[in-house]
Design a binder for this molecule. Structure first.
Ligand code: ATP
Length: 449
């Protein structure tokens, strides 16, 4: 049976963040369907239909593994070969109406050295694959373009900071990856893939990468700051989501997967920790560290234990359908508050359970949801929804999504179930956990060992 330990753990590859979710109270209040379009986009109240079995909030939760399966990807690429020393796109325009504000600059700013000596011979200007209208390519980034503020999150190879542009005063998030760590963990290829994939994609539910640069020790990725925090935090506070709330988030993820798969990109790391809420409560998928362009099959063992498809665990070749399996795990976790194969926090035990493939569906799961989950969380690839002739449309046409108006959802024309309490455009990071700050200075010059 699940234990409350699960509430305190985040499944990062190294769990260094402090979490304080011992007394969860659901921030999601109302009860009408988010999926039926509303006339007003400005309403912040989410309402959902009370459906059979969605009204009880059992505190079903459990502890989970914090480690990640080792990657089999060979360490074959030189990071400085692919990350520009100076990169593109000074953030001069953004789809978000950020306001100019004055900020206290935390002491971490004092650690920054000038990184301009690291300019590459060719200037390293990269043209993003997507239209220039989306990513302005005037100018180049350096560390000195930004005031570095607090840490928003940590990961295996570095951390993500809130930053403010000195040019336009807008707020961004910069992911700082330690080269030594990336190389040590044989993630050079994945890191280059992350940058390449993010440059290619443009979708309302995917994070925008504005540019990259590097110094002798670190790689830097400049992204939109997504203010509402992680879906993970909201889920842990809520314990579990009512059926229509889970459906809303699942539908946005489905649209994003549909888009990625149409470009032959497998995402491979779907989990609530990687789903951020924008200020209006819509999702943004972040962390493309495992995303990869794969036209047919691939073999790399990567992801987060609870979310791995059996063919990945079994080291077989696999395709995009692993993301549909993970969508099933995500929907299950949103509806139940725990993942279906969790078992005592040991990844090995989780893998065993995944290979056995037996899922116990709690009685409060809506029967349409259970039907969809059974069709997603199936090891039989000839039966897994999303992997059949109809592709992602089979998932979108499933009865659980019957009331979703996909075109309006894609345009964010449907009110989100929960609007994060953030002050827009002022670098309000109140929805993020606090982390100990970095002690090593950024922007160091010298040999790139
Ligand atoms: N654009 C963003 N805006 C706001 N917060 C962000 C953004 N990107 C990432 N974060 C925060 O930083 C955390 C870590 O980011 P990310 O998952 O990309 O790092 P990572 O090193 O790949 O982590 P992991 O090792 O878990 O894969 C996220 O969980 C999120 O809380």
């Amino acid at each position: 049976m699940p234990t409350l330990g699960f509430l305190k753990k985040k499944r990062t590859k190294d769990s260094t963040g402090s979490r304080d979710l011992d007394s969860p109270t659901s921030p999601i209040k109302d009860s009408h369907s988010p999926i039926t379009p509303t006339t007003s986009k400005t309403s912040s109240n989410f309402t959902f239909n009370q459906t059979k079995g969605t009204d009880s909030h059992a505190a079903a939760s459990q502890s989970t593994a914090a480690s990640t399966a080792p990657s089999k990807t060979p360490d074959s690429m030189n990071p400085s070969g692919s990350f520009p020393q100076q990169a593109y796109a000074t953030p001069q325009s953004s789809p978000e109406p950020y306001q100019q504000t004055s900020h206290n600059v935390p002491s971490i700013q004092n650690m920054i050295h000038h990184a301009t000596e690291n300019k590459s011979a060719n200037g390293g200007v990269q043209q993003p694959a997507q239209p220039a209208a989306v990513r302005t390519t005037k100018g180049k980034y350096t560390l000195t373009d930004f005031t570095i503020q607090r840490t928003l999150g940590t990961g295996s190879f570095g951390r993500v900071h809130l930053v403010q542009s000195k040019h336009n005063q807008r707020f961004y998030a910069i992911k700082v990856l330690k080269k030594a760590q990336v190389v040590k963990m044989k993630q050079v290829e994945h890191t280059n893939d992350e940058r390449r994939m993010l440059q290619q994609v443009k979708h309302p539910f995917l994070i925008t990468l504005w540019g990259t640069f590097q110094d002798s020790k670190n790689l830097y990725m400049v992204m939109d700051f997504v203010e509402g925090g992680e879906l993970f935090s909201l889920l842990r506070k809520s314990q579990r989501f009512p059926n229509p709330v889970a459906k809303f988030y699942a539908a946005e993820v489905t649209l994003a997967l549909d888009y990625l798969h149409a470009q032959n990109i497998i995402y491979r790391d779907l989990k609530p920790e990687n789903l951020l809420l924008d200020r209006h409560g819509h999702l943004k998928i972040t962390d493309f560290g495992f995303a990869k362009e794969v036209p047919d099959i691939t073999w790399t063992l990567c992801g987060t234990p609870d979310y791995l498809a059996p063919e990945v665990v079994a080291s077989k070749g696999y395709n995009k359908s692993v993301d549909w399996w993970s969508l099933g795990i995500l929907i299950f976790e949103m509806l139940c508050g725990f993942t279906p194969f969790w078992d005592g926090g040991s990844p090995m035990k989780i893998y065993e359970n995944i290979l056995k493939g037996r899922v116990k569906y709690p009685p409060y799961i809506h029967h349409d949801a259970q039907d969809l989950l059974q069709k997603l969380i199936t090891s039989d690839l000839t039966k897994r929804l999303g992997n059949l002739h109809g592709g992602s449309k089979d998932v979108m046409n499933h009865p659980w999504f019957a009331e979703v108006t996909w075109e309006r959802l894609q345009k964010k024309d449907i009110d989100a179930p929960y609007v994060p309490p953030v002050r827009a455009g002022v670098g309000d990071a109140s929805q993020f956990d606090k982390y100990p700050e970095e002690t090593e200075a950024y922007g160091q010059t010298g040999d790139d060992t």
